[in-house]
Design a binder for this molecule. Sequence first.
Ligand code: MOS
Length: 751
Amino acid sequence: MSETEILPGGPRLRQGSGIGQPLTRRDGMLKVTGRARYAADNHPDGMLHAVLAVAAIARGRVVSLDLEAARAQPGVVEVMTPANRPTLALDPDAKHHGFMFRLDLLQNDRVRYANQPIAVVIAETLEAASEGAARLSPVYETETVETDLSAQGFVPEVVGPGHPAEAASGDVEAGFRSAEHRVEAVYETAAQYHNAMEPHAIVAAWEGGRLSIDTPSQGMAMAQGRIAGLFGIAPEDIHIRSPFLGGGFGSKGMISGPQVLGILAARLVGRPVKLVLRREHMYGPVGHRAQTRQTLRLGVDGDGRLTALHHHTKTASSRFDDFFEPASDISQTLYAAGAVKTSHEAVRIDTGTPLFMRAPGEATGSIALEVAIDEAAEAAGMDPLAFRLRNYATVEPISGKPFSSKALRECYARAAERFGWDARPLRPGTMRDGDGLLTGWGMGTATFPALMFEARARGLLRADGTGVMETGAHDMGQGAWTALAQIAADAIGLPIDAVAFNAGTSDLPDAGIAGGSGHTATAGMALHAAGADIVAKLAAIATQDEASPLFGAGNVGVVARDGRLMRRDDESRGESVSAIMRRAGVETIEGTGKSGGDPQAREAYAMHAHGAVFAEVKVDPDLGQMRVTRLVGAFAAGRVINPRLVESQLFGGMIWGVSFALHERASVDRRSGRIMNADLGEYHVPVNADIPAMEAILVHEDDAHVNALGIKGVGEIGITGTAGAVANAVWHATGRRVRRFPVEIADLVMG
Ligand code: MOS
């Protein structure tokens, strides 16, 4: 029962057998049997292997490389350095717009961060290339590094993807003065690095002036544009295949320097080249989540109402480019307060440029805000949930806009009930389990904006009742192959198995970027529009055909479902798609559609997904060892396309939240600027044993404004809320308020 309604006022989509069904991943069998071809699985004829040599210093210059030794390694074909790197049409340090980040493409001998690529060794085998890279024995001239936030800060022009660095409504200082309770605290978050299961990889082949590449990408059209600019060729001469990503999380949103180095290497040697990052190469040139020091100042009146909320973030960017973690922004959205102010400042340090990492800004800001809210509730002597409800925002605090929809109260209620929050003692350090472990319960509010981008799609309906729907969408593990096919089938009014859904290559219409949790809404709306275009053309044929039972139904509207077209007011009066098309002598009907959201609605409403997360943590009172033992979240994110995949996305986000609170920290050597734990042995991410039974409750939410499908997105919201909930549970278990994340054992048993 898939259906699209064509009404005189335009297309409507009703939930059919596509949308809403808990289908398993359509690409799942390919993946579990190893037949899904990831970028590094490609081996074109004549292909060589490239391996990066990276800097072992964080600031200075490369004085020499032992090229002879590297070239003497049997199998080594070429060593690419600034001396012989093919020329580019564009300086990789040129900046034409905010989203164009500077890349390290061997443009000179400068080293500006640890693990910066300084040479590429190209060889017949991976082993030879690796050995060649090891033989380069770089000699450096080193300069003093800065690695922390201690320098005098400056106010960036914009933060994140172009947001103002400061925003305010009301007078926060007056709000503090009038407050009965005040909380002022500083929260620190560590730098975090990307550890997608699949590191960045590329197989690049030049075919004359055309470039063919296999590489994981969250945004193929943007990658085409960036590469086209660098190489001085037309975007349409670049063919990108990116059918599967082994995780992206923002690190594959824009083409990275190492991927471009793979293309340069292929050009240098005139053969196809494969370049796959080693795990430690992920810690520098592909973006990371910047460290922050956040100051939260909250004033609370005698009734537990926030009189003032000021969220200030100090963060670090690189010396050579601008990306500023927008951690304070979350406080513009979440809690009603008499006055709200958000602000940012930054310093420059010797690091690779920080960039987007799952819920950039929101994740980082959420843990500080949610712990500060917990502290404010404590100061007011209130239960943390009651305190949040007392300060529930019915309009977006700074903008004053109404929410397009906000089922956060239901999220609080359902997750709290499921968790058993009612039984929580107010005082910390009072619960022990049967094994004598300190037990604590904490909560946090989750939120993430409902973003949409530009996208296009096209489709084709055949007289045999089958169809094709396509858009260059990106599946980074979130389930785009499945969820978008569900939307596509409903849009064209066919059963899902009658529709071939194509995605994952740059030959298809641009599906926009798979980021900002907006891909399902963005690519989905383009598919929806393309399907509606086709159904409208089919309806025009049927309703004007005197031989059709649909003759004259134009005024009441028609419904396309399961390969049939029917009168909207009487579904028994209809006929198959095939009958309509065959009688009219029409073999195929094509259609196109685009997405981008309704600009007026986007202006009028604040659009966010929301959620509530409750965590139980157990702490060994002697050893300080912490373990999350229960996690319950409830999320309202508009229409759910596939509950199985949405739950999986939310679990993934919640696991990142646990990781943020208790695990992830890049440890940087202050003397050298090198990352001391640039590997999965020492950089901690949760393993299965760290993750408890989880529940993600999906709270129904109708949103008429966000887009015609009512989709808000679920990719990032799970981290927000969860990180703070876990940290608050640690406090509730122990009475120790740790404000530096991740919380470590030493924070609980020492000092
Ligand atoms: Mo996400 S950090 O927008 O991939």
